[in-house]
Design a binder for this molecule. Structure first.
Ligand code: NAD
Length: 257
């Protein structure tokens, strides 16, 4: 098994990438602390892991709150004795996030607080735990929009993900000699609730699909496979990377007809 003796904390583990990663990491031998603000969803992930014979616990935490992030790391160490894989994955995309004129202060702040400050707080409390365990892997979920501009504006979201990417490189550099690797996962557009709620008409979905060489949205399970590689020792020399998993979007100039 690829994550034997590992303990993973996954934020946003109730849905999408976080849920699929929790299921996969547990199947590969990790004990998993599932963190979410929606208790039912997080508990459901834990139930699915336990049903498959894996080990998991749920903790309610809002990643934008310092005390919640301290609590989730404490809960992980007290339940499983250590933390070796920190997956800062929770994020939101607000339907009212638009261009620089349309986006309200409130939408800007909420998006930055969860998507960017949430990763910072996860690292503030999680990295000391990784250190106590003798090292480990941090995975921060950014996005392909941190690398490319889009005419369909979501300015707060894009800024938050750019911040995650820049912060990841710096964390990777700071902690490299402590046996702690830090990488950013940059997913392309996925068929998860987050994006499908945002692209709420067939016309909006088709407008996005035009730009994807593979002609389809990605699946959360495909991101989980990439996260598994970053979590495991198979990626032992991968550090500070923008790990792009986007169906070829960032490589394309013109897509096939
Ligand atoms: P999702 O909406 O399916 O799942 C996100 C989970 O995070 C939910 O269970 C939600 O309850 C939880 N969450 C939200 N706010 C939280 C908070 N403050 N504290 C703790 N948990 C919270 O979304 P997803 O598509 O799986 O997205 C996961 C990550 O991937 C996000 O960071 C997102 O920005 C990023 N991403 C998604 C896409 C996409 O197309 N779906 C593309 C690129 C990047």
């Amino acid at each position: 098994m690829r994550l034997e003796n590992q303990v993973a904390l996954i934020t946003g583990g109730g849905n999408g990438i976080g849920r699929e990663s929790a299921l996969l990491f547990a199947a590969e031998g990790a004990a998993v602390l599932v963190v979410d603000v929606v208790d039912g969803a997080g508990q459901d992930t834990v139930a699915a892991i336990e049903e498959a014979g894996g080990q998991a616990r749920f903790v309610h935490a809002d990643v934008s709150k310092d005390e919640d992030c301290a609590g989730m790391v404490e809960a992980c160490e007290s339940a499983f004795g250590k933390l070796t894989v920190l997956f800062n994955n929770a994020g939101i995309m607000d339907g009212n996030d638009g261009d620089s004129q349309a986006t309200s202060d409130e939408v800007w702040q909420r998006t930055i607080d969860i998507n960017l400050k949430g990763v910072f707080l996860g690292c503030r409390h999680g990295i000391p735990a990784l250190r106590r365990a003798g090292g480990g892997s941090v995975i921060n979920t950014a996005s392909f929009v941190a690398l490319m501009g889009a005419a369909t504006a979501q300015i707060a979201y894009t800024a938050s993900k750019g911040g995650v990417l820049a912060m990841t490189r710096e964390l990777a550099t700071i902690h490299a000699r402590e046996n702690i690797r830090v990488n950013a996962l940059c997913p392309g557009p996925l068929r998860t609730k987050l994006l499908m709620d945002y692209l709420d008409t067939e016309e909006k979905r088709q407008r996005r699909l035009v730009h994807i060489p593979m002609g389809r949205f990605g699946e959360a399970s495909e991101m989980a496979q990439a996260a598994l590689f970053l979590a495991s020792s198979e990626s032992s020399y991968v550090n500070g990377a923008d790990f792009v998993v986007d169906g070829g979007i960032t490589g394309a100039y013109v897509t096939p007809e």
